[in-house]
Design a protein around this ligand. Structure first.
Ligand code: ATR
Length: 277
């Protein structure tokens, strides 16, 4: 029987996951289907019922997108350390009646930066803007890449400090507010992991954090030059990227986890990329 996979979210119409996994499956000759499911928001326990029903009908795994990542994590029987720190899952695997959770968003981002953009983070100064779910998911994979220094800046400073305390001892991580960045010099890599770009807003980041030889990475994708990337360009940064590579790389990590085969990603990234004018 064809193995079944899906992505669940609400809304779900915009998802690229069936296209991405369809290409991966074709190319690696895997007998699998991958569909999109619009998950129920109400009542509160309906999401869990839909996922359990999918597994009961022979589903092997499912990707989770907004707003269900916390619920997916909470319903799992076991999880990876990075999913635990994020408190969120973007992929589940159904195995021998158990639900296993992982979170590939952060590792997908690290692979896009290090492998696709050829920017090893070891020894580099890295700044990440935000302290929400995206940053929680990325912290351990980023620290594992051994930057010389990693700073997270957030409007709500207490939220940033709480995160830094959670991973203390795992790497050189400092949390601060945006005004503090004025005294911190330039960074080799600045990642916008806030949700500001979704509303065309700009986090209050001082332009002095950018290094012209460095890279600015916007987690949002398909939006062209966001206010953050425009700020970076105006500060002289040539290397700007959006999150399309992260999207495809996190999918590839889930595919590898489910199927035991690593698909190639560059053609899919090219196909989904929107030019950063
Ligand atoms: P989730 O956890 O679901 O990803 P979230 O907790 O709302 O979402 O996190 C969104 C992140 O974007 C937060 O770091 C938020 O900053 P605060 O914690 O200070 O609210 C950040 N964010 C959203 N809009 C922003 C803006 N216009 N400027 C700067 N940061 C912004």
């Amino acid at each position: 029987m064809t193995d079944q996979y899906a992505v669940i979210g609400n809304p779900i119409g915009h998802t690229k996951s069936p296209l991405i996994h369809g290409i991966f499956a074709n190319e690696s000759r895997q007998d699998m289907s991958y569909t999109a499911i619009e998950g129920p928001i109400e009542p509160a326990d309906a999401f869990v019922s839909v996922v359990r029903a999918f597994a009961a009908k022979g589903g092997k795994g499912i990707n989770i997108t907004a707003p269900f990542k916390l619920k997916a994590f909470a319903m799992s029987d076991e999880c990876s350390e990075r999913a635990e720190l994020a408190g969120a899952a973007n992929a589940l695997k159904f195995e021998n009646g158990r639900i296993v959770a992982d979170n590939f968003d952060g590792i997908g981002l690290v692979r896009d930066i290090e492998v696709n953009l050829h920017l090893p983070m070891e020894g580099k100064r890295v700044l990440m803007l935000g302290a929400g779910g995206a940053v929680r998911g990325a912290l351990l994979p980023f620290l594992a890449a051994r930057p010389a220094e990693m700073v997270i800046a957030n409007r709500n400073i207490a939220k940033g400090h709480a995160l830094a305390t959670q991973v203390s001892g795992r790497g050189p991580l400092v949390a601060c507010g945006y005004p503090d960045l004025e005294q911190m010099g330039r960074f080799d890599l600045v990642v916008n992991a806030t949700s500001a770009s979704l509303t065309d807003d700009l986090p209050p980041v001082p332009p002095g954090v950018f290094s012209p030889q460095g890279t600015a990475y916007e987690l949002a994708y398909g939006k062209g030059l966001t206010p953050f990337l425009r700020l970076a360009r105006n500060a002289g940064v040539h290397g700007v990227a959006d999150g399309v590579g992260m999207l495809v790389e996190q999918a590839a990590e889930a595919f590898l986890w489910w199927r035991g085969v690593r698909p190639s990603t560059s053609a899919v990234i090219d196909r989904l990329s929107v030019p950063l004018a």
